[in-house]
Design a protein around this ligand. Sequence first.
Ligand code: SF4
Ligand code: SF4
Length: 388
Amino acid sequence: MLKANILNPDLEFIRSVKKAGGDSLSKCYQCATCSVVCTLAPKDNPFPRKQMVMTQWGLKEDVLADPAIWLCHQCNQCSTECPRGARPGDVLAALRALSFQHFAVPSFMGKALANRAALPLLLLVPALVMLGILLGASSGDIGYVFHFFGEVDYARAFPHVALDVIFVIGVLLMLGMSSIGLYRFWNSMKALHPGSGGPGFISATIATIFEIGTHDKFAKCESDKKRYYGHLLIFYGFISALIATALNFLFVVIIKFLGSPWYLTSPIEFPNPVKLFGIAGGIAMIIGGWLLIQRRISGDDEVGESTYQDWVFLIVLTSVAVTGMLAWILRILHLPILAYADYFAHLVLVFYLLWYLPYTKFGHVFYRTLALIYAKSIGTDTPRQKSA
Ligand code: SF4
Ligand code: SF4
């Protein structure tokens, strides 16, 4: 006797995919053109046709735990070639955005970060913390901040110790929450998309690090080079700025405990190479951010749908770089009121980016990495060779 397979479509999930940018989902009639044109789709496990039908059927758990949605780099070649205008590239992007919310812990944070009405409140939290530090450090007397000309001393307004303490607590909390979400994601991938035959975890991890470092999958997208260069500049600019900030923190600790040797000052100044490194990182982030913003504004077909989460992440990340560079320029120009206002905004944005990382598009750093490792480890991420 034949056994019937009963599907339990999650209708609310289908609605949320459409709301998150995949509103063209129902146009798909399963012709598979998209899977044929996608240069990243593996020969034995092609996407995105399969993910389109899984989403149309409302198979929420299966599709959100499918590593294939993370193998897509949204070049939108499939969307421009789809004969029905179903825009599979946008649907996969919507699925990735929903996966943050689905695996996030606590789940209400995932929903809050996807809700534009919650943005003022989410910004208010780091703003109040920074204001508390400013008032505490100045014993309530912040008159020195409101001068048009004069010395600027950020450490007086926002002492390193206070910033470092909340930074470390924030990072630990963020990593803890991210780990729980990623652990759930990993287990779901294993349970719902099992496989074997790959090179194993260690080799897959090395291959993933190499792939991310070289951005070679982004480079494969011939139709959208702006995205490749923009992403590459932001990626390495952010890492450089992060290393420069960490070294600055280390120098502050050294100066505090060992005194100030001639080659170290706080704040770090020219010709210290760490300063140059940080500035180079900031400039790379600004150029990369501008390229990506321009690309989204262009509305070109291959860009696809730009959602609220895309815009917030891009604007916050670019603004972190812009306010960071301005903080340095305004300090050396001796313009306290502008410098402190800018530095305040910079800190609020940095902590917004950091504290909410597991629930925003920034989380794709973790989710994509894990999905790539998993897909490679079971041998389902081997793009086919493009025919000449
Ligand atoms: S998304 Fe478009 S190209 Fe892909 S299977 Fe559906 S109709 Fe065909
Ligand atoms: S957007 Fe590009 S990478 Fe993603 S499925 Fe479509 S063709 Fe493939």
